[in-house]
Write a protein that binds this ligand. Structure first.
Ligand SMILES: Nc1nc2c(c(=O)[nH]1)N[C@H]1C(S)=C(S)[C@@H](COP(=O)(O)O)O[C@H]1N2
Ligand SMILES: [Mo]
Length: 406
């Protein structure tokens, strides 16, 4: 009963903030009623996104970037894709927020306020590539259900927080620990409080990495609400679904975490390649871990026209999950020949790397520029769609842009 009242009051005040005025008779509104003024909200204003971002779904909110919007080395909020499985929480009060560490494999269950986290543990900042496991899903055939991401479900912002490792070790990790699982406060679409929209996690080896943070800042400011304010797990290089937003509890598990979206076809792919459309048995599916090598041409925007005799500067980013990108190439002849282009070192481990090149075109006409990255183990991006899987994950095919020389 208490929580219900609280939610209602908090909702009223967040409605008022969105509308920009007090809702005078707001206490008469039935729980769940949405004032007309926000029934059709402007997502670009609400989330402070660039107007060229593409809304894929509004219930829940899923919004993606276009390649040219991701040109910055450090992605600003305005170009960061939003991926939600449930409803963005309302009325969050950071001053009363707590994080609990529990689970079968915790030595002492502990609860920390945000202030305690910030003062008790050393703070670190890392730039981290977070890509949705379903980025590129729109190209799979037979089509995969889910948000039809094209290329824009990736970002690389700077996150500041404390190491998950330091917090877990403070509570104490039993020897039988295998995995961590996160629990967040976003509501299931059904609004059934017993259901979690998502509760994923990572093996201990990833959880204890230096770069795996419990973050409270993004690009030097409070994390925007849609990206996990006031506390977010960030695990760069792995499917971004591991990076739980609005985290209130982390369980140290003595088995692989079995929360919502850890099983079945969710964020899992066939352990061995299968034919397109094939049904795959549960026990033949494996959890996605490090993301594959990939790159994006962020300048110019596809469709650009240049004058004959002029060279074209291209640039973009490349990333490879846990690995570094060691080679970057581009092709202007549909992949028949490839030119090497310089690739910078990452700002830190798990940050994307920048490439640029000056391209010459032999004559007037239509061209495509294709980009191909190779990781430190020598694995290159495929030119065409990689292995089909039931939910359309891990499409790391080469990115292409169209260019006309006139
Ligand atoms: N609590 C919570 N965390 C979440 C999600 C969610 O729905 N709820 N979505 C996950 C998925 S699938 C992705 S791809 C990333 C997206 O992060 P972003 O919205 O900050 O870009 O958040 C992850 N963390
Ligand atoms: Mo995702």
């Amino acid at each position: 009963m208490k929580r219900r009242d609280f939610v209602k009051r908090a909702t009223l005040s967040s409605f008022a903030t969105l509308i920009g005025a007090e809702i005078v008779f707001g206490s008469n509104m039935l729980d769940g009623y949405q004032p007309l003024a926000i029934q059709d909200p402007d997502p670009f204003k609400m989330f402070q996104k660039n107007k060229e971002m593409v809304v894929l779904n509004d219930k829940p909110w899923n919004i993606e970037a276009q390649a040219h919007l991701l040109d910055d080395n450090i992605t600003p909020n305005s170009a960061m894709f939003i991926r939600n499985n449930g409803l963005i929480p309302e009325g969050i009060d950071a001053s009363t927020w707590t994080l609990t560490i529990d689970g079968e494999s915790v030595i002492t269950q502990k609860t920390y306020t945000l202030a305690e986290l910030k003062t008790k543990f050393k703070q670190y900042s890392y730039q981290l590539t977070l890509e949705c496991g379903g980025n590129g899903r729109s190209e799979f055939n037979p089509p995969a259900k889910g948000n039809q991401w094209t290329v824009g479900a990736v970002h690389c912002a700077t996150w500041t927080g404390v190491r998950l490792k330091d917090v877990l070790e403070d509570a104490g990790i039993k020897e039988d620990a295998v995995y961590i699982g996160y629990h967040a406060v976003d509501e299931h679409l059904s609004r059934d409080p017993k259901k979690e929209p998502i509760s994923r996690g990572a093996p201990m080896i990833k959880s204890l990495q230096d770069e795996t943070l419990l973050a409270f800042k993004m690009n030097g400011e409070d994390i925007p609400l849609a990206h996990g304010y006031p506390l977010r797990l960030v695990a760069g290089g792995w499917p971004a679904s591991v990076s739980g937003k609005w985290i209130e509890r982390i369980s140290i598990r003595n088995k692989v975490h079995d929360g919502t979206k850890m099983t079945g076809t969710a964020y899992r792919v066939p352990c061995e390649p299968v034919a397109p459309g094939e049904t795959v048995k549960d026990e033949d599916m494996c959890i996605i871990e490090s993301m594959p090598v990939k790159s994006l041409i962020t300048y110019p925007k596809t469709g650009a026209t240049i004058k004959k005799g002029k060279t074209l500067k291209i640039r973009g980013h490349a990333w490879a999950g846990e690995l570094e990108v060691s080679k970057m190439e581009y092709s202007i002849d549909f992949g028949a020949t490839w030119q090497i282009c310089p690739i910078e070192k990452p700002a830190n481990r798990l940050a994307w790397q920048h490439f640029s090149a000056t391209v010459d075109f032999p004559k007037k006409g239509y061209y495509e520029v294709w980009a191909r990255a190779t990781d430190a183990r020598g694995v290159a991006q495929p030119m065409l769609l990689p292995g089909w899987n039931p939910k359309g994950y891990l499409n790391n095919a080469c990115h292409r842009i169209a260019i006309k020389v006139s």
